[in-house]
Ligand binder design. Structure first.
Ligand code: F0G
Length: 466
């Protein structure tokens, strides 16, 4: 039988088994590894010039597709669904902004912020969810589920509500979710299970439940999610007038994104639509440092697909023996067992990338600098800026380099962290966040209490005038 244009393919080069796109298999039934969505590009309709990518006439799109989804605008690079199956809630209308303020902080001349907080549910997860819900529709799913630190679940719940058909079930580690994200899950009407455990526990349980109950899993082990996440990179390219940046820097949690971001460039490069590849830096929080520890301390590599599983198994056995749990203020990436670890190793090898871990203090300080640009992000997103600063100081990123940091989630996702940083005095800060290693709020903007009195209000304003 002739191969379809799109299919699923095992990432293990020694296996390479393929499966149809209608099959729901997140791990290769033959060897247990993850799957990619792969394409026979010879049969795809592609532009001859990368500059034409994304140029769609809204008048020619069915129903306007939410004024042309920022994901499906680039549907040529994810041709797994017929146009009339594509699901959208108007995701991907995000922006790439040059940031002289954050560039100065990181020691660069040319730093750009890709602001994904503008997505309908406030995080970059909406890109991938458009892919997953499209596939869910193709296979006739009725119930969707995910484990989440909060953004995947908010996004899934929003798409499910907007579908007017799909039921959503969310697995959250109890107490392990920022307030804004929990409010979204509840408000969008998802069944929200607060599991006594953390994200890693919730992720293990949701995979068991979905297998047993035939529920459609939308976590990033689902490769159709990653197809949507690729489009963040196309929008960065578009924002740079199709010039490839030297570096893309992103936070690393469950590690689906780093792999999707790399794939976007690998595919364009292999198709001859780009001549250059960026390097990708994946930034862990030091409180959830599995990738950093495995790569930088234990020498774990993709190694052409021959990953040394013994290194990973030993690391996890040690975590279990010490009952060591991820613990970081960047709750979005509070993950010790990233399910897409191997795909991320591949992304690092193929882009000559690197991994770093930054402290929660570095994260929360960087977050305050991002906001000075007029773009608010949640703590995990600021890991990209903190990591950039670290890599510039180490001399890995050249000061003349063009760097794009992905700001993955909106500031309002986690208002507690922001208000605490700006308003707490040193003692209260240490009391509340000391166990994350946070000691100072040197870039804080303290609110000013003042009497309800005209004279005192004017005095307060004058005292703070520059
Ligand atoms: N930034 C934010 C704001 C996130 O929510 C996540 C992941 C990441 C970065 C890391 O991306 O997992 O692909 O490495 N959040 C997941 C969730 C885990 O459940 O919302 P990743």
């Amino acid at each position: 039988m002739a191969q379809e244009i799109a299919f699923q393919k095992c990432i293990n080069p020694d296996c390479g088994a393929t499966y149809g796109i209608a099959e729901i298999v997140h791990h290769c039934p033959k060897c247990g590894n993850l799957l990619d969505v792969a394409y026979d590009w010879n049969r795809a309709e592609l532009p001859s010039d990368v500059r034409q990518l994304g140029a769609v006439d809204p008048a020619k799109v069915p129903g306007g597709m939410c004024r042309v989804s920022g994901v499906w605008r680039f549907g040529a690079m994810a041709p797994f669904a017929p146009a009339d199956c594509r699901v959208t809630i108007g995701e991907g209308h995000t922006q790439l902004r040059p940031s002289p303020v954050v560039a100065g902080y990181a020691g660069l001349k040319n730093l750009w912020l890709q602001y994904e907080g503008l997505n309908p549910s406030g995080s970059f997860k909406d890109n991938g969810m458009a892919g997953a819900f499209t596939h869910a529709r193709m296979v006739g799913a009725k119930v969707v589920a995910c484990a989440s630190t909060g953004n995947t679940s908010a996004s899934m719940a929003a798409f499910a509500a907007a579908s007017h058909a799909l039921k959503a079930i969310i697995f959250i580690g109890d107490g392990k979710i920022a307030y804004g994200k929990l409010s979204q899950a509840l408000d969008y009407g998802a069944l929200t299970l607060l599991i006594k455990g953390d994200f890693d526990d919730a992720m293990a349980r949701v995979q068991e439940v979905c297998g047993q109950e035939k529920i459609y899993l939308v976590n990033s082990v689902n490769p159709f999610r990653l197809e949507g996440q690729k489009t963040i990179m196309f929008r960065i390219l578009e924002g740079l007038d199709w010039n490839v940046p030297d570096w893309i820097v992103c936070p690393g949690g469950n590690l689906g994104n780093s792999s999707a971001l790399a794939n976007a460039f690998i595919e364009l490069h292999e198709l001859g639509l780009l001549k250059k590849m960026p390097r990708i830096a994946v930034i862990n929080s030091a409180g959830a440092p599995t990738l950093n520890n495995l790569v930088n301390q234990r020498g774990l590599k993709w190694n052409g697909g021959r990953v040394d599983d013994a290194i990973i198994n030993k690391y996890y056995a040690e975590l279990d023996a010490k009952n060591e749990r991820a613990h970081t203020i960047a709750s979005a990436i509070e993950i010790n067992r990233p399910v897409n670890l191997k795909k991320c190793l591949r992304a690092i090898e193929r882009t000559n990338g690197c991994v770093r871990a930054v402290s929660d203090q570095q994260i929360i300080d960087a977050k305050a600098w991002v906001a000075r640009e007029g773009l608010g992000c949640e703590p995990a997103s600021a890991a990209s800026v903190a990591g950039t600063k670290m890599l510039v100081e180490e001399g890995v990123i050249d000061r003349d380099a063009t760097v794009a940091c992905v700001l993955t989630g909106h500031q309002l996702k986690d208002p507690h962290a922001t208000v605490a940083y700006h308003s707490y005095d040193a003692a209260k800060l240490v009391e509340t966040y000391g166990d994350y290693g946070i000691r100072t709020n040197q870039y804080g903007n303290r609110p000013v209490p003042v009497a309800n009195d005209l004279g005192q209000i004017i005095d307060a304003i004058r005292a703070h005038a520059e």
